[in-house]
Design a protein around this ligand. Structure first.
Ligand code: ATP
Ligand code: MG
Length: 665
């Protein structure tokens, strides 16, 4: 069973090129129709026969007890997949591979912050996870308990996640960049029995102590954890609270080569709670199931990421985000791959570090975010060709819109296909993508691709819920049931799950992604921004993303953010903050005024005067989260002279001050 990767019969036949066709153009169009057919056929089958389709996919993992029912949607939208089946994520990610690949690399750890690197084989990973599981058990953790993981990118963070999965505890990883207030809110929501943390992280060569932030958070929180398990990296001094705080190294010695059996969970029992980024409001605790998630990830590793056992995957994300959960820890390990866990930035010690790692560890599949690529764009492009990238097959990018210039730049630079993919913390795996494991459907710049199997994706009218024809903008929605692996509910708040996600579109009971999209005639989806990024100018509803795209099309503009700002007369007006490619363009005040005029004219021409921003301010940086998302709420608050609120994940704290200055200037 360990290696079975059953191919479904429908839609997998890779299309052959018709060699008799002399006209290359015709051949290409034929190829495309064929290609479309394979992806479409699999998608259609997944929706017409979800039970049959997903039962086949479920063979990709081990089940201790087989499921009785594939799909139970009788309590929609609380969908249950693989009802009655018992399985364990840690077993499938680790133990299952011991027979065939105990000595193969499982976890490759590299830190350019501390200079540490170490490769753990599957056998060694198994050993470490068992030790961690034994420690957690001895600290009192039992099935169903929450364990909050507030850790830098160190192997122990992955051990802790897998150990929780092993003993049926529910992990809640909180991104290490969060400060006390955000952490306290998550402690109160998740109510962990134990917190696993460390003395410090390190970022850009600077030590970031975690322990004081954690202590402060526990003080602020109403809920108090019984125990705090601490990994001492010897980066920062740590004050230990007697009785509560426990030293990981000492415990690791104490438990020795412990072996802890897997606790088999019913498929729908929760594996973890992960909070959304909070870009648009109070973070939601996304609760994930166990069996559905394992199956969905295993299928995605094959159909979308083209990862095979023995390959190496490098996702340059953080375990605090969903990409870290799905494609640093669980996905690659479920597939028997090695996963590269990297602590460091893309530009330190130099702009070639990511590619150096690809060469050194023979990385086959890479996953990053457009924001990281934009950072690289500011570096010497020679870095892109300096290392041997022959092992690398594909570069996946997700998390925010991938603009055409960035996609083009990196695709040309490294000479590898770039695969945009669209999804959310809520879904846990891609909703829209070019599914290269199914067929080589050509990509269209600006679109993440077509709906992925399992998702009954619709572009719907925000007012009526009716399906929009191709070319008409609407809300990206998913008709239930959501496929396996997607969120089961909001942690501790079923009501919020229904109200937030399932009642957003009048006239249609569907899951709302809160993103705008449009479908073209070929079925490709283009994401047009978030539904709450709409501004209302004198009764006209305008998407900030559309205005941004228009402004970006001006050759002098490198990046731009548009927010709606309160206006006594018009309700709201659009305000644009732009970064120019060449500072020389705005050397004088007269230059700025001239360029602002040009930009406004561009918007007039493309979208009409109604969309014209009230002002275009030029800045050097935009306020973004560390995962590269624009902090629009904060920008809007600053533009309206209000308190920007929680800024603990901001990448560059000076960026907001710059906005203020630009507006005052
Ligand atoms: P919150 O829901 O708390 O406001 P968030 O939506 O930023 O936070 P995530 O789940 O990390 O949290 O991000 C998912 C969102 O990111 C999507 O809904 C979409 O807006 C954006 N996104 C992700 N991938 C892409 C992509 N390939 N193209 C365009 N947008 C994307
Ligand atoms: Mg969201």
């Amino acid at each position: 069973m360990a290696d079975s990767s059953p191919r479904t019969t429908a839609g997998i036949g890779r299309n052959d090129t018709d060699h008799r066709q002399p006209d290359r153009k015709l051949a290409a169009s034929k190829r495309r129709r064929h290609a479309m057919t394979a992806t479409r056929a699999l998608h259609a089958r997944s929706l017409s026969d979800p039970e049959g389709f997903w039962a086949e996919q479920a063979r990709r993992i081990d089940w201790e007890t087989p499921f009785e029912t594939v799909l139970d949607d009788s309590r929609a939208p609380f969908t249950r997949w693989f009802v009655g089946g018992r399985t364990n994520l840690c077993h499938n990610a680790v133990d299952r591979h011991l027979a065939a690949r105990a000595d193969q690399p499982a976890l490759i750890y590299v830190s350019t912050e501390t200079g540490q690197h170490r490769t753990y084989s599957y056998a060694e990973l198994h050993d470490e996870v068992n030790r961690m599981a034994a420690i957690l058990q001895q600290l009192g953790v039992v099935k169903g308990d929450r364990v909050l993981i507030y850790m830098p990118m160190i192997p122990e963070a992955a051990f802790a996640m897998l150990a929780c999965a092993r003993i049926g505890a529910i992990h809640s990883v909180v991104f290490g960049g969060f400060a006390s207030v955000s952490l306290a809110a998550r402690i109160d929501d998740a109510q962990p029995r134990v917190i696993v943390s460390a003395d410090a992280g390190s970022r850009g060569g600077k030590v970031v102590p975690y322990k004081p932030l954690l202590d402060e958070a526990v003080n602020l929180a109403a809920h108090k954890p019984e125990r705090v398990l601490l990994v001492d990296r010897q980066l920062a001094p740590m004050a230990l609270t007697a009785g509560r705080d426990q030293d990981y190294a000492a415990w690791r010695e104490r438990v020795g080569a412990a072996r802890v059996p897997c606790v088999w969970l019913e498929s729908s029992e929760p594996s973890y709670v992960l909070y959304t980024s909070g870009t648009t409001g109070k973070p939601k605790g996304v609760q994930r199931d166990t069996g559905g998630y394992a199956v969905a990830l295993a299928a995605s590793m094959d159909y979308i990421f083209c990862g095979k056992a023995g390959d190496t995957m490098f996702s340059s994300s953080d375990i605090g985000w969903v990409v870290g959960h799905s494609y640093i820890v669980y996905g690659p390990l479920l597939a028997g791959m090695a996963t590269l866990m990297y602590e460091g930035t893309p530009v330190r010690p130099d702009g070639g570090i990511l590619w150096q790692l690809v060469e050194q560890y023979r990385v086959n599949i890479m996953f990053s975010a457009p924001t990281a690529i934009r950072v690289l764009k500011k570096q010497d492009p020679a870095w892109l060709t300096r290392y041997d990238l022959s092992s690398l097959r594909l570069l996946f990018l997700a998390g925010e819109p991938l603009d055409e210039p960035t996609a083009d730049w990196i695709q040309q630079g490294i000479g590898k296909p770039v695969v945009d993919n669209y999804w959310q913390t809520e879904t846990g795996w891609p909703i829209i993508a070019i599914q290269r494991g199914i067929d080589p459907l050509p990509a269209k710049l600006g679109s993440p691709g077509v709906p992925v199997y399992g998702y009954d994706l619709k572009i719907v009218d925000e007012a009526t819920g009716a399906e929009c024809p191709p070319g008409q903008k609407g809300v990206v929605a998913i008709d239930g049931p959501l496929p396996p692996g997607c969120m089961s509910t909001v942690w501790g708040d079923d009501d919020r799950f229904v109200k937030t996600y399932w009642t957003g579109v009048p006239g249609r009971r569907c899951y709302s992604t809160f993103d705008w999209g449009v479908q073209d005639e070929d079925g490709y989806i283009f994401i047009l921004g978030r539904t709450d990024d709409v501004i209302n100018v004198a009764g006209h509803r305008l998407g900030t993303r559309e205005i941004e795209e228009s402004i970006s099309s001006h050759a002098a503009v490198a990046e731009v953010a548009v927010v709606g700002v309160h206006d006594a007369l018009k309700g709201q007006v659009a305000m644009a903050f732009a970064i120019v490619r060449d500072a020389g363009r705005i050397a004088t005040q007269a230059d700025r005024i001239a360029l602002e005029g040009e930009v406004l004219k561009t918007v007039d021409r493309q979208l009409g005067a109604v969309a014209r921003p009230a002002r275009v301010f030029f800045v050097n940086a935009l306020p973004k989260t560390r995962s590269g998302k624009l902090l629009r709420r904060a920008m809007q608050a600053v533009a309206e002279g209000r308190d920007p609120g929680d800024l603990t994940t901001i990448e560059d704290p000076t960026a907001l001050a710059q906005l203020q200055e630009a507006m005052q200037g």
